[in-house]
Design a protein. Sequence first.
Length: 458
Amino acid sequence: MRRFFAGAAAVLLATVAAVFAFGPPAQAATGFTVSAGKLYDANGNEFIMRGVNHAHTWYANQTSSFADVKALGANTVRVVLSSGDRWTRNSAADVSNVIGLCKTNRLICVLEVHDTTGYGEQSGAITLDRAVDYWLSIASALNGQEAYVIVNIGNEPYGNQNYSSWATDTANAIRRLRTGGIAHTIMVDAPNWGQDWSFTMRDNAPTVFNADPARNTVFSIHMYGVFDTAAEISDYLGRFRTRGLPIVVGEFGHYHSDGDPDEDAILAYTRANGIGWLGWSWSGNSGGVEYLDMATNFNPNQLTSWGQRLFNGANGIRQTAREASVFGGTPPPTTPPPTTPPPTTPPPTTPPPTTPPPGAGCTATYSITGQWQGGFQGDVRVTAGSSAITGWTVRWTFANGQSVSQSWNATVTSSGSAVTARNVDYNGRLGAGAGTTFGFIGAWTTTNPTPILTCTAS
């Protein structure tokens, strides 16, 4: 996944943002509501999500997972569903059953359509408009459940390409849902495989929020390798807080093939600032990201190190989760029920993993992410080999007179056609197989071929 921390649009003035964030709703909600950047349940009490993602659509027989995550202290579960375009469709009856399981176990239910994942880059991914078709087709399962259910329109609805229409498409999807009678709080995911390295969601959030006639939309950022420092985490989330816009961390992990997210910073900052989160994921990961399982084979008595961290660690679920007040009464027992064996067919992973390069040292890959007459934007990904590294240097030689004029996330120098890029202080240390990205603006004249890169680790 790519990062781009330079040239982003300027943050809107707080006074202008306030008009967007606090404008009077044109349509009353019947369940969860949003006010001044915070989420409130149907009783008017602030609700902060503390929960996990559960891959229901690929493990539909794992119905005991709802009780298991509740017994470990969660107050929310984000449930993977399919529209039927890429995986087996979850019918209205199945969705009703899922909602019933959430309510029985006193969990708030965030429902998401996964078929949108990586649209514009991932083969077979569907549009947000197509996801809205699905939601409207199962409206019978959703209507009347506004106090218990949040509708997450589509998971990671764009990859790292062709995402410029995210704001327009998301606003239109929200309007269609409202016109179709969906009165729930709506959650929207960021583009760039959910990580918004382009700041497309961040900079367009006020406009998208204002497009909702109910002013009842929550933004969701997914934090993997792009968010590998505390500064990046606090800056991103803090900009939503400053503008009074609701934000949650809809997915995050303790590690990923695209880098090493700072989970401690995520947990500390969200606790200090009342921001909700949902870790990825309960169990069933495959394709090289099995380390994101919180429980081995869906067994709550066999928590992985990631599961122990999220449920029982500092600022984790045990310490910070509070049950939604709409359930009232006495909480259910905390003894987890037995689980059934998982099916043998592995699900796809989210986001799609990359394969770490063999050997020690590091490798670097070069791509042109945008080009115009006389100029272009370049992107270089550095990946550690089989051993951790403490620093890196990437070198290449331009063959046709190209040059670098501006860079970010690296110190870039040139001597004639030879270019040298060295890590900066916050992205030199990489674990085995982990990666980071830097970018630059360049100039070209006749042709702009891709150079050959060498990477040296220290």
